[in-house]
Each structure stands twice: as structure tokens, then as C-alpha cells.
Design a protein around this ligand. Structure first.
Ligand SMILES: [Zn+2]
Length: 393
């Protein structure tokens, strides 16, 4: 049995409370949660700072881990995709060891579960051995070519089948890269039990494409030899295309949403109340040097989660670093809100809340110790820019 306490804990009520104690069994299951003054501190190990449940990384691409440090920052999404395509064919042993290392990095940074995008089978080996729980999004695209959708579908179905009994679903890549025909196949393969994911409104060009067929995408795809001449704009923003194509009442994660308006969030929630909105702030800074306006997100939905995206577009796979970025640039977001995004909400999006995402009796959510929490001059609970996370269970 382990008895511990801290100055603050991120309580399952969504509040940060003072001087709480926890009793865990040997395997990290929470047996008791003790309020201030209800336990004898001398019997408990003290962790100065804050204890939180393990973090949930709602969006990652583990298979791109070998690209760490290879792509320039601030180049914009379209040149970024070009660079990723260039670095995809590295030697198998380099890819495998980078994946393994990234999985260990996430574990050490207190991440207990990951929603991970896979276009290939490279990450299967590490995932089978990992102490982290993965939900695998096998992601398909067909460059918006209806007549090629069968070929692309079969290629990704093959990847999907190789994931065997690992938790998985078959998902669309983004509004600009999936034809109506491929959306139809995706609908037929999944049930409402599956969790879906889609990259959404990461750059302005996505909206330009669907509004009036402008922006960088038509030329970009034509440079790969795919024609956009039959594409007809819908005169609406990009999110309206996938929500008109997908039939899904189960959970769905919209990832990035950097260029989503209030109406876009509202349209998604009206279409499916189980819509979750995932932000990857450091990847947004890395690729586009721009952050979303979270006050807009919050005004429509509480279902906000945090992802790291991949090492091709981030400096590390560390949810605490994402939290720091959010509170640094958008001080109206409280620590309690952002810890909810990083824990409870991610667990609920990935349907892992039975055991993960909150400090609750009978759960084994993992315990993260964060030093560097203090009350600032305005009396507000704050996070030191040098704060570090240590996984203690
Ligand atoms: Zn992504």
C-alpha cells in the first residue's frame, strides 16, 4: 500500500483542491481519497506541488517519430505535408527504434493513453508491448478521387486488418483528402461503438477550397498528379463536408480546428453531440505559428481535449508542455480547465473513463507529480514555465 499527499490535487470534481491524501494499492489502484485534515500527514509521503491523474494524449502519430527535428518550423501545412512524404521511407530499424523511444518518452511524461493515427503498420510491434493504452485510428485518404477510392480503401483495409485485436477504427484523414465514395466505405465499416477522428480546419486553405475552390489545395494535389477539375465547392466552410458525409452518432474527435468559427463548432455539435475538439497547440505553433482562440471553443462545447500531434511537428510528446503553451498564450483559461482537457475529457473521448482520466476510488489512472505550482500576485493558481512532470504510478 502507498500513502501520499500533496499541496494540491486535481480532484475528480474538476477542481484543484488543497492538501489531499491518496491511498493506492501495489498496482496503483486508488483505494481512498482523503480530504484535508482527515488523515495523519506523518504517515504519508509528501509530494510538493500537484498530483494529477495520468494524461491522455488524444492525438498523435507514433509512426512519424523518426522525423523529429527533420522538418523546419513555421513553413505552413502544405509544404509540411510535402516534407513528411519525403521522409516516410526511412530504414525499418530507424523507424522502429524511433517509435519505441517515443512510446517510452510518452510513458515517462505521464501519458497513460493515446489516440494514435496510423496510416501504416509500423507502430504495431511497440503498441503490443507498450504500458500505454492506445486507441488506433487507421486513417485513409484518396486525394478526393472517387474513381480511386476502392484502391485506397483496400490498401488501408489491409493496414486495419493487421492491427488485429488492438482497439481500432477506420477513419477519414481530412475534409480535403477524402472523396464521397471513400466516406461511404468508412460509414459502412464502422458502428457507433467505434470512435472516429478527422483532421479539421487546420489551415485557412481548407475553408477556401470548400467555399469557392480557391486556396492552395487544388494545385497541391495536381502536383501529385490528381485532378481537381470535378471538385465542386459547397459554398460553406470545410467542416460541413465531412458532417454531411459521415453517419456517426458515437464519439468523434475533430483535431486542430484552428480555423473553425463559432458556427462551425455549433454545426458539429448539432450534427453529433458526441463531438470532441482536440487541440495540439505546440504543433500549431510549429507548423503555422498560430494558436486557436479557445474562448470560442469553450463558448460552444465543454468537450475539449489535448494532443501532441507527432514528433514531425512537435519538439516533444509531453502533455504538460501543451498545457504550459495554452496557459501562457491564453491566460483566460484556468489551470482547472486545462487539466480537465488533459485528463477527464481525453479519457471520455477515447471511452477509457472507466479506469483512466480522474482520481477516483477503484480507478488506476496513473499518478503524475507536477512541481512548480504556485499562487501568483493576482491570487490565481499558476504553473511555473519550468514545471516538470514525474510519473510516480
Ligand atoms: Zn495529426
Amino acid at each position: 500500500m502507498h500513502k501520499l499527499y500533496s499541496d494540491y490535487i486535481f480532484h475528480d470534481s474538476g477542481k484543484i483542491l488543497n492538501n489531499y491524501g491518496l491511498i493506492l494499492n501495489e498496482s496503483g489502484k486508488i483505494l481512498e481519497i482523503l480530504a484535508e485534515n482527515s488523515f495523519d500527514k506523518t504517515e504519508y509521503q509528501y509530494y510538493p506541488g500537484l498530483l494529477s491523474p495520468g494524461f491522455i494524449n488524444a492525438h498523435c502519430h507514433l509512426e512519424l517519430s523518426n522525423m523529429k527535428g527533420k522538418i523546419d518550423t513555421g513553413i505552413g501545412l502544405i509544404p509540411f505535408i510535402n516534407s513528411v512524404v519525403k521522409f516516410r521511407n526511412e530504414e525499418e530499424n530507424i523507424i522502429q527504434s524511433a517509435i519505441k523511444q517515443a512510446d517510452t518518452e510518452m510513458y515517462n511524461n505521464g501519458i497513460v493513453a493515446v489516440g494514435d493515427i496510423s496510416n501504416k503498420t509500423d507502430s504495431i510491434k511497440t503498441k503490443k508491448e507498450s504500458k500505454i493504452k492506445y486507441y488506433n485510428f487507421i486513417e485513409a485518404f484518396d486525394f478526393m478521387q472517387n474513381h480511386l477510392s476502392d484502391n485506397f480503401y483496400n490498401e488501408y483495409l489491409n493496414v486495419y486488418n493487421k492491427f488485429e485485436s488492438l482497439q481500432k477504427s477506420f477513419v477519414p484523414h481530412a475534409s480535403y483528402s477524402v472523396s464521397a465514395s471513400l466516406f461511404n466505405k468508412i460509414n459502412n465499416l464502422n458502428t457507433n461503438q467505434n470512435i472516429l477522428s478527422i483532421h479539421n480546419q487546420e489551415i485557412k486553405d481548407e475553408n477556401d477550397l470548400f467555399q469557392n475552390k480557391s486556396g492552395g489545395f487544388p494545385n497541391f494535389f495536381e502536383s501529385f498528379g490528381f485532378s481537381f477539375k470535378d471538385f465542386v465547392a459547397i459554398s460553406k466552410s470545410a467542416i460541413h463536408y465531412p458532417i454531411s458525409q459521415l453517419h456517426h452518432e458515437g464519439n468523434i474527435l475533430f483535431v486542430h480546428n484552428t480555423f473553425s468559427s463559432e458556427d462551425d463548432f455549433a454545426a458539429a455539435m448539432k450534427w453529433n453531440k458526441n463531438s470532441y475538439f482536440v487541440t495540439c497547440p505546440n504543433a500549431n505553433l510549429f507548423i503555422e505559428n498560430r494558436l486557436p482562440d479557445y474562448s470560442l471553443w469553450k463558448s460552444i462545447s465543454k468537450n475539449i481535449c489535448i494532443g501532441t500531434d507527432s514528433l514531425s511537428s512537435n519538439w516533444s510528446l509531453n502533455i504538460l508542455e501543451e498545457i504550459k503553451t495554452i496557459v501562457k498564450y491564453q491566460s483566460s483559461i484556468s489551470l482547472e480547465e486545462v487539466f480537465s482537457w488533459a485528463t477527464i475529457n481525453g479519457a471520455s473521448a477515447l471511452k477509457m473513463h472507466d479506469n483512466l482520466g480522474s482520481l477516483s476510488v477503484n480507478k488506476s489512472p496513473g499518478i503524475n507529480w507536477i512541481e512548480g505550482i504556485y499562487i501568483n500576485a493576482q491570487g490565481k493558481l499558476s504553473l511555473d514555465p519550468n514545471a516538470k512532470v514525474k510519473k510516480i504510478f
